[in-house]
Design a protein around this ligand. Sequence first.
Ligand SMILES: Cc1ncc(COP(=O)(O)O)c(C=O)c1O
Length: 395
Amino acid sequence: MQLHFSKKAMSLEEGIFAALNAKKNELEARGMTIYNLSVGTPDFEPAQHIIDAVSEAAKKPENYKYALVELPELLEAAQGFFRRRFGLALDQSEIMALYGSQEGMAHLAWALCDPGDVVLVPNPGYPIFRIGPQLCDAQVWEYPLLSQNGYLPRLEEIPEDIARRARFMVINYPGNPVCKAAPESFYRELIAFAKKYEIVILHDNAYADLVFGGRKGISFLSLEGAMDVGIEFYSLSKTFNYTGARASFAIGNREIIQKFKALRTQFDYGTFLPVQYGAIAALTGPFDGVIRQCREYEVRNHTLCQGLREIGWDVPDSEGTMFVWAPLPKGWTDSERFCMDLMERSGVICVPGSSFGSLGEGYVRMALVLPPQKLKEAVESIRRSGILNDGESTG
Ligand SMILES: Cc1ncc(COP(=O)(O)O)c(C=O)c1O
C-alpha cells in the first residue's frame, strides 16, 4: 500500500540530529572517546525527596487512575512556590499543569490562533516556538536576535502591519540557544508593545533558575501590567532535574489559562498522579540544592568558555541556561559541516546553530552536561585536533 503523509509530517524530518547520532555510533564503535555536548538533558539527578515522593505514590494502586486535573495540593504547592520564588500573588485559576513546556508550546497556538494569524518567534530560537504555531497553520514571523543588539528584539523594527496581525509573541530569557538574560527594562518595553498592539506574550522561563554572574532569574509576570498581557511557562525539567517526568506549569493571565485549560481537556487527562506528588515535593522542599546546582553550571560555563578562549576560540561566557552559544572559529562558516568535522576529529559533539533558525548559522550550541574535568578534556581534544587552525577549505 502506498502510504500518504501530510505535508506537515513530511516537513518535520530529524535532519541533522539523525546524522549526528549515526556518526556518534560509528565513532564509538571505533573506540573514540566521545564528549557529548549536544543533549539538553541535565546530567544532575533529582533530589532524593523528589524521587521518594514519586516512588511512594507509585506503590499505591489508586494513583493509576486518570488524574483528570491538578491535585488541589499541587495547585497550592505551586501557588506557594511562585509567591516565594518570584513574589507572585497568583490565584489558583491562574495556574495550570502541562506535560512539559514543550507540549504547552506545541498546543498554545490552538487556543490563540486561527489559520493565517501571525505569531512572533525568535530567530534563532528553540525549534518548538516556530513549529508549534506552524502545526496549527498560523503564520510565523521571525524577529531577529542579533549579538549586536544583545540578543534582544528591536520591537520598533517589527513592521506595523505584522504587529497588528500578531496574536502572540514568544520570548525566552535566559534563552536557548542565545544564552542571554534580559534586563527588566526590556520586559517593561515589551509589556507596553503588547498592550499597544493587543499581542499576548508567552515567556518561556525554562531557565529561570540558571542565571549566572550573581543575578537572579525573575518572572516577567512580577512586572506591572504583565498579568494583563501574558502567561509564562515554568518547567521543573532543568530546575529540579525532573526532566523525564514531564512536569511544567503555565501561569499568568486568567482568561488565557482558563481557555487553554478548556481546550486541553480534549486530550489532557491529567498528569500521572505519582508525577504530581513528585512535583509537590519539589515545589515545597528545600531550594538550596537548586542554588548549588546553578553555581556548578556556572563553573562549567566558565571552565569551558575560558578553556576554549585559551586555545584560540573566542567563546563568550553565557549569562544563563545550561548551554554555551559559540560563534564558529575563524575560517568556518557552515555550522553543520563544522559540527561533523569537530566530532570526527575530536569526539566533541555539539549542535549546529542552523538548527535553531537561519540566524543561528555561524554558531554552535554546546550543553554544559559534563563535569569541569571532562570539559577540560574536551577542550584539550579540540586543541589536539587542530581544527581551530584550519578552516573549512582545508577541513
Ligand atoms: C527554551 C526551552 N523551553 C522548553 C524546554 C523543554 O521544557 P520541558 O522539559 O518542560 O518540556 C527546553 C528544553 O531544552 C528549552 O530549552
